[in-house]
Design a protein around this ligand. Sequence first.
Ligand code: DGY
Length: 328
Amino acid sequence: MKKIAVTASLPGGAVDKLKEKFCIKTFKQKKCLNESELLKVLKDADGAITLLGDPLTKNVLEKTKLQIISNYAVGYNNIDIGFATEKGIAVTNTPDVLTDATADLTFALILSVARRIVESDHFTRKGKFKGWLPELMLGVDLRGKTLGIIGMGRIGKAVARRAIPFGMKIVYTKRKRLIESEENSLKATFLTLDELLKVSDIVTLHCPLTKDTEGLIGRERIFSMKKGSILINTSRGKVVDEDALCDALKTHLFGAGLDVYEKEPIVNNRLLKMKNVVLLPHIGSAGRDTREEMAEIAVSNIIAFFEGRVPPDLIPEQKGMTLFRGQK
Ligand code: DGY
């Protein structure tokens, strides 16, 4: 019987479906695993369902006999894809299913920062609300403002669709420009990254973390954003230079909403002290239905693989690959 390691318990009953056909070991991780902890978890496993914080580095992978990694996330920057592919290890993710949940959370952050929701909540709880005042907690209106979307994939488009009824203008940047009919239906105008940063009142990041996007929003780019604008990040922390962001939050930006961090799960101490940031613990996809569906997808990829099929959610870098390590 093939052994499957599940590196954390997942919501819903999907993992139970594996129990008839596989020997399952579920670990109860409550924090991110380091390489040596992960190696213990993956010992003897033929397949694994892993989390986005599990470091599946070359060092880890070369000590395992994994045939498939079914990553419980849409992002898979935690995996050394080049090495996994070289070794014939199949890698799958959970695209599509978390698009709406992540777009909803992005919008929640936009509104929270723009209308100072968290700050107002703290103010009220502290007994500071002494009566309605014309200038109390003034924030940013969304109507008529420009939303700059960096990375117009599934999630970026879902954010654009939410911005339309708020009366926002939408500009976007993407490696490959959308076709005209799609731009028209999203009412979105294509700009270069540097143009987008200059004109947007709110900038929201939806690109994956790759060699090209690491540090993409560096100091110069942050300070090239419009004075009084807002930065939202629900993609990956390493896309943004966090130290430069902290400097900009003091003098240049209205605020920021972050679900992800440069050194996740460590949150920059300077951010923790700032009132104009809303900080979340990477909960972009954390709707119950969404997380249960993600588990179903992760499980179905494992089943397909060990039934000798190409798993349905093979990552784009491995599309077309048919020969996997040890697959019958
Ligand atoms: C993902 O799946 O990559 C998201 O970051 C989870 O919230």
